[in-house]
Design a protein. Structure first.
Length: 323
C-alpha cells in the first residue's frame, strides 16, 4: 500500500508498486500447490497462509455456491464457489417499482463492488436501465437519486475509519465502450461520483481515492480525476495500451494501477507474459511514479503461468527506463 501511495503522490518510489490478488476459486482448485507457489514470492504475499481445506468456510456470501439476497433485495445466484455471483433476481421490475423502492436502513459504511452504476443494473436489470437512460426521464433520475442517497450515508459512515487511501469499485464500461455513452454518463453518473468523492475530500483533503473500474473507460478517465479520483485501476485489454498512453501520459498524467491482461493469462507462454508486462511498463513508466501493476489470478490460470507472471513482475518492478 505504501508504494502505491508514493506512486500516486509522485514521490519516485524505489520500485513500481505490484499487487497480486488470488481469487478463492484458485485456492479451491490448486490448494496446497498454490500455497507452495506463493511461498516462493514473499515480496508479493508477505507470508500469506491459506488453509485449503477451509477456504469455503471463509467465503463472503456472494462467493458461495447458492443464492444470496442483499440489503436491496437483489437475488444473487452462484454456480461456482470461489467466484463472484451474478444478480438474476431484480427487485425493480417496473417504473412503479422505482418510485416505491425503499432505501435500505443499514449505515455500516459497506461499499461493495458495484455500489453506484452497477447497483442500478442489479436493481432493475440491464434492459430496463438502458431503456430508462434512453428516455432520460424521471424514472432513471429517481432510481439514481435513491442509490446515491444510500451511498452518501455509507460514505459518511466510513469517513472516520479511513486510512491514507480509500478504495471504491464500480465497473463503468463494457468491452468496447460505455453502455450509456460518455455524454449520458457525464450527465447522470458523473455528478454522483463527484458528490461521493467530494464528501471524502471535504472530510480530509489529503485523502487519496482509489477506484477500480472494469471495461472500456478511457473516455471518462479525466472525468473521474475531476470527480476526485487519484488512482484509477483500468483494464489493459478493454482499454488498449495506446489509449491508456494517450489519455494518461500524453494528454495529462493520471496515476493508474494497471490491471494486466487476465484474459491472456490462461493460455500465454512464459515469454509472451514477460513481453506483455514489459511492454506495459516501458510504455507507462515515469520516474516520478504514476504507475502500479495489478495481476488477478483465477482457477483458469495454470500454476506455471502464475509463476511466469510473478517472475515477470519481479523483473519489471525494478524498471528504471531504457538505457
Amino acid at each position: 500500500m505504501s508504494e502505491i501511495i508514493e506512486a500516486a503522490r509522485m514521490l519516485s518510489p524505489e520500485t513500481i508498486p505490484v499487487s497480486v490478488s488470488i481469487l478463492p476459486a484458485a485456492w479451491l482448485k490448486y490448494g496446497a500447490d498454490l500455497q507452495r507457489l506463493i511461498d516462493g514470492y514473499p515480496q508479493f504475499f508477505h507470508g500469506m497462509k491459506v488453509d485449503p481445506d477451509h477456504v469455503e468456510e471463509h467465503l463472503s456470501p456472494s462467493y458461495r455456491k447458492g443464492v444470496y439476497i442483499d440489503e436491496w433485495g437483489c437475488e444473487w445466484h452462484n454456480e461456482h464457489a470461489g467466484n463472484e455471483a451474478i444478480v438474476v433476481g431484480h427487485p425493480v421490475r417496473s417504473e412503479e417499482d422505482v418510485f416505491t423502492l425503499k432505501i435500505p436502513d443499514c449505515r455500516d459504511g459497506r461499499l461493495p463492488h458495484g455500489f453506484m452504476y452497477l447497483r442500478l443494473l442489479d436493481l432493475a436489470g440491464f434492459e430496463n436501465v438502458m431503456m430508462w437512460f434512453a428516455e432520460e426521464g424521471e424514472v432513471i433520475q429517481t432510481l439514481i437519486d435513491k442509490v446515491l442517497e444510500y451511498n452518501l450515508y455509507q460514505v459518511a459512515a466510513v469517513l472516520p475509519r479511513m486510512g491514507e487511501m480509500i478504495s471504491f469499485g464500480d465497473d463503468l464500461g463494457m468491452q468496447k465502450g460505455l453502455a450509456i455513452g460518455a455524454e449520458r454518463w457525464r450527465k447522470y453518473m458523473k455528478p454522483c461520483f463527484r458528490k461521493l468523492y467530494g464528501l471524502v475530500k471535504a472530510y480530509r483533503p489529503s485523502e487519496l481515492i482509489y477506484m477500480h473500474t472494469d471495461g472500456c473507460i478511457w473516455e471518462i478517465m479525466p472525468d473521474l480525476v475531476e470527480c476526485g479520483v487519484d488512482v484509477i485501476n483500468p483494464q489493459f485489454r478493454a482499454n488498449g495500451l495506446d489509449n491508456l498512453v494517450r489519455v494518461c501520459r500524453k494528454e495529462q498524467i493520471i496515476t493508474i494501477n494497471l490491471d494486466l491482461d487476465r484474459q491472456f493469462f490462461p493460455h500465454a507462454t512464459r515469454s509472451e507474459l514477460f513481453d506483455h508486462i514489459g511492454s506495459c511498463v516501458e510504455a507507462l513508466w515515469l520516474k516520478e511514479g504514476g504507475l502500479g501493476l495489478a495481476a488477478e489470478l483465477n482457477y483458469d490460470v495454470p500454476l506455471e503461468n502464475m509463476a511466469a507472471i510473478l517472475d515477470a513482475l519481479e523483473k519489471y518492478r525494478f524498471y528504471k527506463g531504457k538505457s
